[in-house]
Design a binder for this molecule. Structure first.
Ligand code: NAI
Length: 248
């Protein structure tokens, strides 16, 4: 029995990796989806075609999540196209890993702008439509790096920790309107992002994860489906780790 029937979801960074998997799982569970992508139109269209096989409505939108004005224009378009929004997943993210001593101002600013401000931009534009939904959901994709810190990720861990504070504040601010706001903190998940990590970092991951493997995008997507569904109506302001035991 689909759990997201008649709901409309916006997923950022949905052309690949975890975002793509969330978009397809939402579609499989009956949600209409707005697929936000930054540059790869072909991949976004492939996700749309695959999602439409589930008989739902899907549309793609090119958008740099870090650009406040662009996010506003795109969100206005989404509301016009779908009429309502029930679920927002802030998934778009980048890494610019390097040790603090080598980290440039640009490396820091870019990671904060995409990962943290990007989430703010979408929440800011969509909170009113979410408040009109009887079951509004905001899901922020953070990281265990924001909980534990990680050498080489001063920028990324700051952005992901910032998302956690923002998640709790938004959860408090929107609770009166029955909008929940939760964060998912993945550990190492097999995507293009982790494929780019140095071998030493992958070896460290294999050694230190109690379940002795990386997670899959589908495993993160299953958690997102649950948080987006009516089954999670009483969960808000939570940070749910999905990391094979890495950060316990
Ligand atoms: P990915 O690199 O495969 O996907 C990231 C997506 O974000 C891409 O579709 C990319 O186009 C999009 N994106 C990047 N900058 C953007 C911008 N300015 N505007 C719009 N879209 C933009 O990475 P992955 O692994 O799928 O990561 C998804 C999320 O999960 C990210 O927020 C990441 O930080 C987080 N995460 C990933 C982990 C992993 O091990 N893969 C672990 C913990 C968190």
């Amino acid at each position: 029995m689909p759990t997201l029937t008649d709901k409309t979801a916006v997923i950022t960074g949905a052309s690949r990796g975890i975002g793509k998997s969330i978009a397809l799982h939402f579609a499989e569970n009956g949600a209409d989806i707005a697929i936000i992508y930054s540059s790869n139109e072909n991949s976004a269209n492939e996700v749309k075609t695959e999602a439409e096989k589930y008989g739902i409505k899907a549309k793609t939108y090119k958008c740099n999540v870090a650009d406040f004005a662009e996010v506003k224009t795109v969100c206005d378009g989404i509301i016009q196209d779908f009429g309502k929004i029930d679920i927002l997943v802030n998934n778009a993210g980048i890494i610019r890993d390097t040790l603090l001593l080598r980290m440039s101002e640009e490396d820091f600013d870019e990671v904060i702008d995409v990962n943290l401000k990007g989430a703010f931009n979408f929440i800011k534009q969509l909170s009113r439509p979410l408040m009109k939904s009887s079951c509004g959901r905001i899901i922020n994709i953070s990281s265990v790096s924001g909980l534990m810190g990680n050498p080489g990720q001063a920028n990324y861990s700051a952005a992901k920790a910032g998302m956690l504070g923002m998640t709790k504040t938004i959860a408090r601010e929107l609770a009166g309107k029955k909008v929940t706001c939760n964060a998912i903190a993945p550990g190492f998940i097999e995507t293009d992002m982790t494929a780019s990590l140095p071998q030493a970092a992958k070896d460290f991951a294999d050694r230190s994860i109690p379940l002795k493997r990386m997670g899959t995008p589908d495993e993160v997507a299953n958690l997102a489906v649950f948080l987006a569904s009516d089954m999670a109506a009483y969960i808000t302001g939570e940070i749910i780790r999905i990391d094979g035991g890495l950060s316990m």
